[in-house]
Structures are given as C-alpha cells and as structure tokens.
Design a protein around this ligand. Structure first.
Ligand code: IZC
Ligand code: ZN
Length: 415
C-alpha cells in the first residue's frame, strides 16, 4: 500500500500555480485556500480539498493536524555557495572601513582567501560543515538548494567540492542541484596567464564535469576584474556545447555586459543584477531568463537593491535566494532574504512567495516537479507558525517554520 500522508486543518494553503516560472502579474497571482487539506502518496501530492478529509483518504494514513496554520510549498534556495572551508571574519574590520569587495579580491583576499582554506580542508570536513548548514536551512523551511563549487579553482579541489555536494545529496533530506563555478575567480597561480586558466576550464574541466554528471549547471562570475563578458560567453558556450545548463553572476557591482549575454545565450538564470540597466532587463525578458535576486547581499555589502519591480513589469520572472557564502553574505537564512525582498524590492508577500518557490524552482529547472502545491507535484511543504501569509513578512528575525516536509516525509520539526 502506498505511503499516505494527510495534512488536515490547514488555515491557509498559499501557493503559486503552474509548471513554469510565473511572469509579470502572474507572479503575484497565487492561490490561497482557507480550511484546506492535502494528501500525498509516496511523496507526491494526490489530492487537495477543503473542510473535512473524506474517511476513505484517512485509512492507513499518517495524519498531521496543521492547527489552522499557514502552509506553503517548501522553499527553494536557488543560489548558494554551500561548500567552503573557513570563514572570513578577518575581513570585517576592512569592510567596515569601507574597503570595496573587489579591492579585497584584487589584493588576494576575498574569494581567494576562501580558496586557500577550501584547498586545505578534507572532503570529510567539508561534508560535515556544509551538512550542518543544510540542517539549519532545512529547519528554516528550505527543501531544495542549489550549491556551487568555485572555491577550489584547481582540478582536484573543484572535484572535491562537487563530490561533497553529491554525497550530501544522497545522505540528507534537502535536494541539491550542483553547479560548476570554476569561473569564480582567476586562481593566483594563473594570474599572469589567465588564458591558460580559461583553457583548463573550457577544454578539461567542463567536459569532465559534464561527462561524469558532477553538475547540472555551469556558472561564471562576470564582473570588473574577474571575468569579462567576452570570457564569460566563451566559458558558458563551452558548457552549453557539453550539455550543461548555464547561469551567470552578473551586474553585482558593475554592468559590464553579462546580463545582455545571459538573455542572448539564453542562460537559465542571471543572478544579483543590482546594477542591471534597461537594456539588460529587456534582454532577460527576451531570453526567458530567470532573475535570481539576492537582497541579503545588497544588505551586507551596503549596496542598493536590484530593480525587482521593473523586472516584473518588463516580464522577467523574479526569484529570490540567500547567496549564502563566506564573503558577501554569511547568512543562510532565506526567510531574512524574503523579508528584505518585501521591504526593499517592494514586492508583495505573494510575489515573494512565488520568488522563493515556483520561480526559484524554475531557476534550477525543477518547476515541473517542485515549487507549488498541486496534484502531481512532490509533497515538499512548510507548516508555518503563522496564521496567514502576511504574518511571515510582518514578523522578522526569527525562524517561523514549524514543520518541514520533504517528499511526503517530516524532515524537521521545531517550535
Ligand atoms: O566568496 O565572495 N560574489 N562570489 C561572487 C561571491 C560573492 C562569494 C564570495
Ligand atoms: Zn553567488
């Protein structure tokens, strides 16, 4: 007999609908059912209804009374640098003095400092550390998470990071989507011969990562002093040629053409976009590229906030993610990013919900299976210690997730 889960007495079941990203006004048009119940069998949603659960559905089922609380899809964190050695609190004083992020990197700190620590860490130590982060993310309501490499840059350490992601994907409940980010920085040993590093990525690493199925996506940090738009195009085209899907970090600090490139390729997603121009936004709309916005990074770098309202108006699907990393966003709290998105992007609670569920799932090519609560989708959901959706955005600074369910199984219970 199927493994059946029934969640009854749901105060409000709030969810976007669909199997592709919600665009424009649709981003804010979510379904909100009062007094609902949900039934899942073997991890897949088989029925949704209102009021009393029919007797027949209760037989042999595990039943959870939601106690009149809010239920939403499980959160999808579509942009994290999950696997890294060490931290970078030694840069705090420098950052407080106003030394810019890119200057710290140019001096061999920043990403390159994390690269040194990640090269030194054993695979087991990285599994332990990233595993603890995932446990915390799960408690906060995250049921699916994208995870990038990019702190090895050499062959051995990039493969070590991807192996960590693969191991964690098999041993803990949060579903992982792996991204090869060899183009996160030019490693110090290639400083005077960057073409050699480009060759290593396009001719060796990308083919290897694709052939061995170590990552689904390839990403590039397209930024002043890191990789140019032309180099980014070269790397991402090589990735596409080998069957990887592509993403790009672009317009985090300067607009140097990466966003136009993202729309033209097209990339599945373009991330950051703090400095995006009208032309960049048009290109994303044309390419159907998801804008993955990272408001906690704007907060931490003291930068302005991406033009989320303009993007939605222009027909760009907007997702919101944590950007968890040891430099520009040492927080894995996606709930905090949701609050910032509501108040600083001026998105409605419904638009933010779509941004961290359906559109985030689309940003990692999983919207057909995840990101909304509908018959046929996987039963990934959060029972919140909240009576309605507004409450999630009204309170802030503490974890409001009560019970987190992944594929029909209770994965975390708090409060
Ligand atoms: O470690 O600084 N922006 N990559 C691009 C990062 C931030 C992560 C880091
Ligand atoms: Zn990033």
């Amino acid at each position: 007999m199927a493994n059946r889960l029934v969640i009854s007495n749901i105060g409000v079941l709030a969810t976007p609908l669909g199997r592709t990203a919600a665009v424009g006004q649709a981003q804010g048009n979510i379904s909100q059912r009062s007094g609902a119940y949900l039934v899942a069998e073997d991890g897949v949603i088989t029925a949704l209804g209102n009021g009393q659960v029919p007797e027949g559905l209760l037989r042999g089922a595990r039943q959870i009374d939601a106690g009149g609380r809010l239920v939403t899809p499980g959160l999808v964190d579509a942009h994290t640098h999950l696997v890294f050695g060490g931290w970078r609190e030694h840069e705090l004083a420098m950052k407080r003095r106003g030394v810019p992020y890119l200057d710290i990197l140019a001096q061999g700190g920043g990403i390159l400092s994390t690269v040194r620590m990640t090269r030194q860490a054993s695979e087991d130590a990285l599994v332990q550390k990233a595993g603890e982060a995932l446990e915390e993310m799960l408690r906060l309501g995250v049921t699916t998470c994208e995870a990038k490499s990019g702190y090895g840059l050499d062959r051995q350490t990039e493969l070590k990071q991807l192996a960590v992601i693969r191991r964690l994907g098999r041993t803990q409940p949060v579903e992982l989507a792996a991204t090869y980010l060899g183009a996160h920085a030019v490693p110090e040993e290639y400083k005077t011969c960057r073409e050699e590093y480009l060759r290593l990525m396009t001719e060796e690493m990308i083919p290897l990562v694709a052939r061995e199925g170590l990552a689904e996506f390839c990403d590039v940090f397209c930024e002043t002093g890191v990789f140019t738009a032309s180099e980014s195009g070269q790397i991402l085209r090589a990735a596409l040629a080998h069957g990887l899907k592509v993403k790009i970090h672009t317009d985090e600090i300067d607009a140097i053409g990466g966003t136009e490139l993202a729309g033209a390729l097209p990339a599945v997603s373009a991330e950051h976009l703090i400095a995006a121009t009208d032309r960049g936004i048009e290109a994303l709309a044309k390419g159907g590229t998801v804008a993955v916005l990272l408001p906690a990074t704007s907060f931490y770098l003291g930068k302005s906030y991406a033009r989320a309202r303009d993007m939605i108006a222009a027909g760009v699907p907007v997702a919101v993610a944590s950007d968890f990393n040891p430099g520009s966003c040492p927080s894995l709290n996606l709930q905090l990013a949701m609050n910032l998105a509501c108040w600083n992007y001026r998105l409605t609670p419904a638009e933010v919900l779509t941004a961290v569920t359906l559109n985030a799932a689309a940003a990692i090519c999983r919207a057909g299976r995840l990101g909304s609560l509908e018959v046929g989708k996987e039963a990934d959901l959060v029972i919140w210690d909240a009576p309605n959706l507004d409450y999630l955005f009204y309170r802030f600074g503490q974890n409001l997730a009560k019970t987190v369910i992944k594929r029909g199984t209770v994965a975390s219970t708090c409060r």
